[in-house]
Design a protein around this ligand. Structure first.
Ligand code: FCB
Length: 473
């Protein structure tokens, strides 16, 4: 039977495969000024005019800061064993620097207690885009000192939580927050231009490696990773110009951030503009940027089709929009293209330095509504299943992929898009904070039931000290 004809089961990914769901502090927590929290760049960005669609902000968001006990119970109800969330730096260190805000430490300890009570394993992201505003006033990621400010924060987190959390991710998608926040100005802090971008990229790269080293030094049994966004890129035509343009975009989105971490340096041959980074690279930086992470998180949502363009500076390329191509899309206008995740898994697995991959985000946004207490979202269920089949295909071909985390638990604040795109397995009414498990959430719960059974069976076998004899043996 062909792989794609077989019924999809969680068991076919193997008993050790990590199943989870991912979130980020700024997108869900709300409680923007509770218990001594300082401002982050996203608090400031969302307060500025015309930055976010319809002026949406995240002062309440999903109120996860207050609703975490119930939301964690919902994770349990969905049979999801692993929960990825991020810590807000500006809660822990309101100015970005010492002193530490003890109420924030207490808060995250309570969140971890609630997870422990439900038997859910925490996976913490240290930086999911919400830099303390006071650090931005000093240049943020464009300032080389940001590497040591980040290091201080990582040390605080490792010392306070390292004894009870094993799974760590240093950064979330550096290409997206440096590109959006420091080149295009469409994400916080809203800076633009090549100089800001190249400086931010280099400092974030160095901070990623530095963060990994601090975690490894302070948490002896830490399982330490970092995440990258990736997009499968194809040329619009077979014309040499389009092929070359696609290669430049691919280098920028899929190679420029991971390769220095793997000790390969920046890929400047394929993307000459990166050569301009040379003035920010100090002696010893190439070595300092490398770190052997235990795992790499990849986050692939779509494919982009690229053509040559004279009008785009530095990359000389333009995207051919999905709508124009007449392909199925999500609410983000992203093409639904499941083979993309397969291709990206293959690509990242091919790097010698990548030991293991987890899909730390994958999911889709559709305009879901609650009708008679139900949310019918067949497109999300189909999206998840079709992407999982591609992950399984890669795994069966030998790619060392050992986990899959759905983006995301509840509908939440989707950055510059505000609350419009609904990515959750659980619907949120943002006026009342009422949660409704969508049909896709029920499907995921049902899908993960197998895993639970498998664990119970294993426990049962080891409880008896030996495997039950085969039938008829
Ligand atoms: C990723 C982000 C995540 C979310 C999803 C849809 O790029 O890491 O916070 O916005 O996209």
């Amino acid at each position: 039977m062909e792989e794609f004809d077989k019924p999809l089961s969680a068991a076919s990914f193997g008993g050790d495969f990590e199943w989870g769901v991912s979130t980020a502090a700024f997108q869900i927590e709300g409680a923007h000024d509770a218990d001594g929290k300082g401002l982050s760049i996203w608090d400031v960005f969302t307060s500025q005019k015309s930055r976010v669609k319809d002026g949406h902000h995240a002062q309440q968001a999903c109120d996860f800061y207050n609703c975490y006990t119930d939301d964690i119970k919902l994770i349990k109800e969905l049979n999801i064993p692993n929960f990825r969330f991020s810590i807000s730096w500006s809660r822990i260190m309101p100015t970005g620097h010492h002193p530490v805000n003890q109420s924030a430490i207490d808060h995250y300890n309570r969140v971890l207690d609630a997870m422990e009570a439900q038997g859910i394993t925490p996976w913490i992201t240290l930086y999911h885009w919400d830099l303390p505003h006071e650090l931005e006033l000093k240049g943020g990621w464009t300032n080389r000192e940001c590497i040591s400010w980040f290091g201080d924060y990582v040390e605080v987190i490792a010392k306070h939580f390292g004894h009870r959390v094993k799974n760590w991710m240093v950064m979330n998608e550096p290409s997206v927050f440096t590109g959006g926040g420091y080149f295009l100005g469409i994400h916080a802090p809203g800076k633009r231009g090549l100089t800001n971008f190249l400086r931010a990229v280099h400092h974030v790269t160095l901070a990623t490696a530095a963060g990994g080293k601090i975690l490894r030094d302070l948490i002896s049994d830490g399982h330490i990773g970092t995440t990258f966004s990736c997009t499968y890129i194809e040329p619009a035509t077979q014309k040499l110009k389009d092929i070359a343009a696609a290669k430049r975009v691919d280098t920028l989105l899929n190679r420029a951030f991971i390769e220095p971490i793997l000790g390969l340096g920046y890929p400047e041959t394929e993307l000459p503009v990166i050569k301009k980074m040379a003035k920010y690279i100090l002696p010893g930086d190439v070595e300092a940027a490398a770190f052997d992470f235990d795992f790499i998180g990849i986050q692939c949502y779509t494919r982009e089709v690229v053509k040559h363009s004279f009008f785009t500076p530095y990359v000389g390329a333009a995207l051919v929009k999905a709508e124009k191509r007449g392909v199925p899309t999500t609410e983000m206008h992203w093409e639904v293209h499941p083979p993309s995740i397969y291709h990206m898994l293959k690509r990242f697995d091919a790097y010698k330095g990548v030991k293991k991959i987890l899909v730390t985000e994958n999911g889709s946004a559709f305009p879901d509504e609650v009708v008679n207490g139900q949310v019918k979202d067949p497109k999300r269920e189909a999206y998840l299943k079709s992407h999982l089949r591609q992950v399984l295909k890669a795994k069966n071909e030998g790619v060392n992929v050992q986990g899959y985390f759905v983006w995301t638990l509840t509908d939440n604040f989707e950055w510059a898009e505000g609350y419009h795109p609904r990515f959750g397995l659980i619907h949120v009414d943002f006026d009342t904070q009422v949660r409704t498990i969508k049909n896709s959430g029920k499907w995921y719960a049902d899908f993960l039931k197998d895993i639970k059974k498998e664990d119970e069976d294993t426990l049962c076998y080891s409880g008896h000290g030996q495997r039950a004899p085969e039938q008829g043996a």
